[in-house]
Design a protein around this ligand. Structure first.
Ligand SMILES: [Zn+2]
Length: 174
């Protein structure tokens, strides 16, 4: 049964790529493949499937340098990715984007012990939100902590925070 489900999931991805090839214009791919990428913003956001930065900001190939982790948490690898975008791609606008209904924030607020590596996500968020109990404010604190951490670490860049509403589709700039 698992085998069948797994096969069907990959079929969906394969079919999706076929549709992408049929429906998209190759010009932009060829241009960016040959001339390199010049993204105008770095976006750090959650891995949540409802949070799609390219769609939220109506962006396309080569526009956004996106870093996604559950709960938009930051560690060495994420900072390394940000530094690469700033120093090597000259991308100077950095957005830390939290979102409503975040499962990682919910897990951190829940206070239960997490299994395996999940605790590295929830521990990080708990350290950022302290005793806050409200999901929206916890999300906001997590974003603000990320913004401040990036400002301390990465120089010569504009850093902003925002919260995406998964119901309305609106972005609230902090
Ligand atoms: Zn999330």
């Amino acid at each position: 049964m698992l085998q069948v489900e797994g096969h069907m999931i990959f079929s969906k991805l394969k079919e999706g790529n076929m549709r992408y090839l049929r429906n998209s214009d190759p010009a932009l791919r060829i241009d960016t493949a040959e001339n390199g990428q010049h993204p105008y913003a770095v976006v750090i956001c959650c891995s949540d499937s409802r949070v799609i930065p390219e769609e939220i900001f109506d962006a396309s190939i080569g526009d956004l340098f996106v870093i996604r982790t559950a709960g938009n948490v930051l560690d060495k690898q994420q900072f390394g990715s940000i530094e690469y975008a700033v120093e090597h791609l000259r991308c100077r606008q950095i957005l830390m984007l939290g979102h409503t209904g975040c499962g990682a924030i919910g897990a951190a607020l829940g206070g239960e012990e997490s299994d395996g590596y999940i605790s590295s996500v929830t521990d990080y968020i708990r350290a950022n939100i302290g005793s806050e109990k409200d999901p929206y404010h916890a999300c906001r604190l997590n974003v603000e902590h990320g913004v401040n951490a990036i400002r301390r670490t990465v120089h010569d860049a504009d850093v902003a925070g925002a919260i995406y509403d998964i119901r309305s589709g609106e972005v609230e700039w902090l």
